[in-house]
Write a protein that binds this ligand. Structure first.
Ligand code: SAM
Length: 273
């Protein structure tokens, strides 16, 4: 699929997800397995109730991430933070609380319906240190060296040009700035057809990076202190129904799937000079 086609598929998928939430038809269980009427093991239960209790219900319902970057990123009051692919805004609103009135939280998303939902959630939350920007993570509409921390929640795996995303993240960070993102990561080599089927189950339209590949790309973009920490490891049982539906012999492929796909917290730093 060409890069632009991938982007159109992603935009369409998340526009529909946003409209479902706006129509009161969404829940936090709206990931890949929602067609079966269940909470999927990727997007569900990633925040504690205490963390999100004060957020608008629609911000919680639109949560489509696979981790909790604001809890792990050690955000400090006064910092400027950018969320790549901010969706309905849940991590931006959580960030706004963490950085306080002297800090600033930007959300960046390319899907109009998600931006409309996020701005409505901002209004309901009464957050004044927040701005949602329209744009693509491959071309971030912010000046170089303007951001302390970049967070993101399950979005980089959707991009067909991950080198570009990482180069842009590096550009907009201040010297010494941190990248602290949740993303889907693959561990080790996996046959292409099996990999593609599991990625479709997870919802990775463009494909997840293999762990070492992720580390190498970050280093090539200029980052240092790279760390990839698994936060949720997927078992073959989680995807059994989907994989059987795709015509795969799950018992036969289990050793190549079980424990190889994970949500991970990826950290890296832009050198101070
Ligand atoms: C999986 S959802 C995650 C949303 C949010 N981070 C969360 O945790 O709920 C992906 C979001 O990223 C946006 N997105 C995907 N690819 C993008 C790109 N290349 N540029 C900007 N936004 C993108 C989509 O529109 C969607 O809102």
């Amino acid at each position: 699929m060409a890069d632009q086609d991938i982007k159109d598929v992603v935009k369409d998928k998340y526009a529909r997800a946003a409209l479902r939430v706006t129509a009161g038809d969404g829940s936090s269980c709206c990931g890949p397995a929602s067609s079966r009427g269940e909470c999927d093991p990727i997007t569900s239960r990633i925040y504690t109730e205490g963390e999100t209790a004060e957020l608008p219900a629609e911000a919680r319902a639109a949560s489509l991430g696979c981790g909790n970057p604001t809890a792990l990123a050690e955000l400090a009051p006064g910092e400027t933070v950018l969320d790549l692919g901010s969706g309905g805004g849940i991590d931006v609103l959580l960030t706004a609380k963490r950085v306080g009135p002297t800090g600033w939280a930007y959300g960046l998303d390319m899907t109009d319906e998600m931006l409309a939902l996020a701005r409505e959630n901002q209004r309901k939350a009464g957050a004044t240190n927040v701005e949602f920007l329209k744009g693509e993570i491959e071309q971030i509409p912010l000046p170089s060296g303007s951001v302390d921390v970049i967070i993101s929640n399950c979005v980089i795996n959707l991009s067909a040009d991950k080198d570009r995303v990482l180069a842009e993240a590096f550009r907009v960070l201040k010297p010494g700035g941190r990248l602290a993102v949740s993303d889907v990561v693959v561990r080790g080599p996996i046959p292409a057809q099996i990999r593609r089927s599991v990625e479709l189950w997870i919802g990775c339209v463009a494909g997840a990076l293999e762990e070492q590949e992720y580390r190498d790309k970050l280093a090539r973009a200029g980052f240092e202190a790279v760390d990839v920490e698994p936060t949720r490891i997927y078992r073959v049982e989680d995807a059994r129904e989907f994989l059987e539906g795709a015509g795969l012999d799950v018992a036969a492929i289990a050793p190549q799937v079980d424990g190889k796909f994970m949500s991970a917290f990826v950290r890296a730093r832009k050198p101070a000079r």
